[in-house]
Design a binder for this molecule. Structure first.
Ligand SMILES: Cc1ncc(COP(=O)(O)O)c(C=O)c1O
Ligand SMILES: N[C@@H](CCCC[NH3+])C(=O)O
Length: 430
């Protein structure tokens, strides 16, 4: 059987990547031409896909008092951040570097929440100077540190305590964050005392409560279990005279990589709003921190087949992208869909799709049935989230360029690194 007599593969999750004249396109742009013109590996994002993902949250929110703080660790290219800033997004940051990116991209500090277990003094200072919405505080020691820094600067730090509700998000163990074995947050049993403490510390103003239970979540029940526990905490705090202004339920909604059935934001938010109303907390602002679900299926990684190697145990397609460009398969054994940008008519063979890096973990896809020839262009799907941002220069490899497609046009939003970028700042000994 040939690929011509088969239907073309369906790109995962996104209608913005589609086949036209037997060639994969992003919106109106032919990816074969783009890859040949700009070189590979190349990250390609669809602006329309970003907007559609944003809109799916807005449709679920309607007129309710809810702030989406894009979990920018998923994709922090300035053009992506600027797009979300223009749509009205806030940002969930986890470092001083991410704060600098938000400000550079035109985001508003007043819509920034700052998560992360290891905030350093300079990062706390920068966030106080910028005037962020709140610190999502992950330990009592951090609370004390923020109080010291704020007092020294003569400022008041708005804080929300990130509680660890000990629920199983039913996701990959490496990306689950809300179980008591995880380093994240303050265990929920210890939260009332931590809030009491926050209430007495100088330079601290309590504004919220926060939890984030993990990533790539495809069920509503773990969110609702966490919410129940958080609302019980709010009941207790209320009895102690501690009030908050907002409730942050984190991010974590999954996307389709293969056959997952992701939740529409509506499927999460409707029961959340219902529960808030039942429990008398619908006056609180709701804060969300989605990352992956806003960008994941808005991007692909284009790569070129360098060599085919037919070995005894395996057929290998050696491509010009590596674990340094897309780390998820090596790190989590993650599956990314693989598409031939121009599918061939020949009988498919089974290949392991591997990179040039000197590590056996340097694979991007395993045991995929595809008809290939040297120099073919391939697309690794669902690469818009945790793709470029997790890339490295290991093996002294320049990081890929990033492109945003917009209708019939494209914009280079990050140049490919040049060889001299790779050792900039290094010095020979005298
Ligand atoms: C605190 C926090 N907020 C938001 C996110 C974004 O998560 P996701 O990309 O799964 O939506 C993460 C990542 O898991 C996170 O750690
Ligand atoms: N980097 C992870 C998600 C981590 C989420 C951040 N806490 C991934 O690629 O799936």
């Amino acid at each position: 059987m040939t690929t011509q007599s088969q239907p073309l593969p369906t790109p995962a999750g996104s209608p913005f990547f589609h086949y036209q004249n037997n060639t994969l396109h992003a919106e109106g742009v032919c990816l074969e031409i783009l890859a040949r013109e700009l070189g590979t590996p190349l990250y390609v994002y669809s602006r329309a896909a970003l907007k559609a993902a944003w809109q799916s949250y807005q449709n679920a929110i309607g007129s309710r008092n809810t702030l989406v703080c894009y979990g920018m660790k998923a994709n922090s290219n300035l053009a992506v951040l600027n797009e979300f800033a223009k749509l009205g997004s806030g940002f969930d940051i986890v470092s001083g570097g991410e704060l600098a990116r938000v400000l550079k991209a035109g985001g508003q500090a007043a819509k920034v929440v700052f998560s992360g277990v290891g905030k350093q003094d300079w990062e706390i200072e920068a966030a106080l100077e910028a005037g962020i919405k709140c610190f999502n505080v992950e330990s009592v020691a951090e609370l004390e540190r923020i109080s010291e820094v704020a007092t020294r600067l003569g400022k008041t730090a708005p804080v929300s305590l990130r509680v660890n509700p000990d629920v199983d998000a039913k996701t990959h163990p490496y990306i689950s964050t809300g179980m008591k074995e995880n380093k994240f947050g303050i265990e929920i049993g210890a939260a009332p005392a931590a809030y009491q403490k926050a209430n007495t510390l100088p330079g601290i103003k309590i504004v919220g409560v926060d939890s984030h239970i993990g990533s790539q979540i495809t069920e509503v029940s773990p969110y609702l279990d966490a919410l129940d526990k958080t609302l019980n905490l709010l009941d207790m705090l209320g009895l102690q005279g501690i009030q908050v202004e907002h409730l942050d339920i984190g991010g974590g909604l999954g996307i389709r990589y293969t056959d997952e059935i992701p939740l529409d934001p509506k499927e999460l938010l409707e029961p959340v709003y219902e529960k808030l109303a039942q429990r008398g907390y619908d006056h609180l602002q709701l804060v969300l921190e989605p990352g992956r679900s806003l960008v994941g299926n808005a991007g692909v990684l284009l790569t070129r087949v360098q060599y085919l190697k037919h070995a005894e145990a395996r057929n290998f397609a050696i491509i010009d992208a590596a674990m340094t460009d897309l780390m998820r398969p090596a790190l989590y054994d993650a599956y990314h869909g693989l598409l031939a940008v121009r599918p061939r008519a020949q009988t498919p063979e089974t290949y392991d799709i591997v990179g040039p890096v000197c590590e056996s973990a340097d694979w991007l896809a395993k045991q995929r049935s595809i008809a290939l020839e040297q120099d073919d262009i391939l697309a690794l799907e669902s690469a818009g989230a945790y793709g470029f941002v997790m890339s490295s220069q290991y093996n002294t490899r320049p990081r890929a360029a990033e492109v945003m497609v917009d209708g019939e046009h494209f914009h280079i939003i990050r140049q490919r690194e040049k060889l001299e970028d790779l050792f900039e700042g290094e010095q020979l000994l005298p």
